[in-house]
Design a protein around this ligand. Structure first.
Ligand SMILES: [Zn+2]
Length: 101
């Protein structure tokens, strides 16, 4: 198999795993975390970047799978620069994203 094929299959698997992780997060968080971990392991092994929306679902600090409204909190910043604050409920790490529009 060539590299392109491997990347394509890996990306598909990652998408399926993240989808399952999102479906399970409320009912079975442990299972959800293991799907998400598997997805990031695949990405690392194949050395591809996860899709943008997928990367948002991992805490920058503890690397756990965090979903807004479930185990992370998203707040709009009140400063003049528009930003959102994401709090990971796992490790309490807060990180900021600046919204440019
Ligand atoms: Zn965290």
């Amino acid at each position: 198999m060539n590299k392109k094929n491997i990347e394509k299959i890996a990306t598909e698997r990652i998408e399926i795993l993240i989808e399952n992780a999102l479906l399970q997060i409320k009912d079975n968080e442990k299972l959800s975390q293991s799907y998400a971990n598997l997805a990031s392991k695949i990405a690392m092994r194949v050395r591809i970047r996860m899709p943008y929306f997928t990367r948002q679902l991992f805490c920058k600090k503890c690397k756990q799978f965090i979903v807004p409204g479930v185990n992370s909190r998203v707040r709009i910043g009140r400063t003049r620069v528009k930003s959102i604050r994401i709090t990971c409920m796992k490790c309490k790490h807060v990180y900021r994203k600046i919204i440019v529009n």
